[in-house]
Design a protein around this ligand. Structure first.
Ligand code: URA
Ligand code: SF4
Length: 214
């Protein structure tokens, strides 16, 4: 089983149809311990698509991507880079929260390659439905899912990978890595570099996307 067994059979399903179908997905075991599917969200014809790893604790409970601590940081970075989140599309490589109990807390566990592969049909369908001009892969899981190869984030970040007819994929860090900074200065520098990656990706993609009043 993979997500492919749950995709709508219509040739070009809309985001709404995809999201509805994804809520019944049992394409891998992750649905068993999660509250709900957290599908992507945003503008139907977004020019920029941002891809994270998988929903976290808050996202799992609320049913929306990037609404917890990593999401707040992402919002700040997007604003500084001039990307309007309402006009972008935000999603994850894997749509269910994978966790392990530690006392009363649910600790995030990274998805493995089988889970990433099983969930990829949703990400591919989102790409086809949104047709973004630029995809931003945040962290290793997203970059591996999108580029279908191993990616070393710390050496490849800042690059914008063009691959034939597909939209360019910009590689950057996951916002959670900034949350793990040891002190304020490290966090400031990490945030600066993240914002710089976003700005560079936009200019490479040749788009003036974001907070322009049109
Ligand atoms: N981390 C992610 O990768 N995605 C979310 O939606 C939240 C945290
Ligand atoms: Fe389906 Fe993806 Fe959830 Fe696995 S993680 S059950 S493939 S939506």
């Amino acid at each position: 089983m993979t997500a492919a067994d749950y995709l709508p059979s219509t040739p070009r399903p809309s985001l709404q149809e995809l999201s509805t179908a994804a809520h019944g997905c049992q394409g891998c075991d992750l649905y068993k311990h999660a509250t709900q599917t957290v599908f992507g969200e945003g503008a139907t014809r977004a020019e920029v698509m941002l891809v994270g790893e998988q929903p976290g604790d808050r996202e799992d409970l609320e049913g929306e991507p990037f609404v917890g601590p990593a999401g707040r940081l992402l919002d700040q970075a997007l604003e500084r880079a001039g990307i309007d989140r309402d006009r972008a599309y935000v999603t994850n490589a894997v749509k269910h929260f994978k966790w392990e109990a530690r006392g009363k807390r649910r600790i995030h566990r990274p998805p493995n390659k089988y889970e990433i592969g099983a969930c990829k049909p949703w990400l591919q369908a989102e790409l086809l439905a949104v047709e973004p001009k630029l995809v931003i892969a945040m962290g290793g899981t997203a970059a591996r899912a999108l580029l279908e190869r191993d990616v070393k984030i710390m050496t490849e970040r800042g690059q914008v990978v063009r691959n034939g007819h597909r939209p360019p994929v910009a590689i950057t860090v996951h916002p959670s890595s900034i949350l793990r900074s040891r002190d304020d200065e490290e966090r400031r520098v990490a945030m600066e570099a993240f914002v710089e990656d976003l700005r560079h990706a936009l200019s490479e993609a040749g788009r003036d996307t974001g907070n322009t009043d049109d």
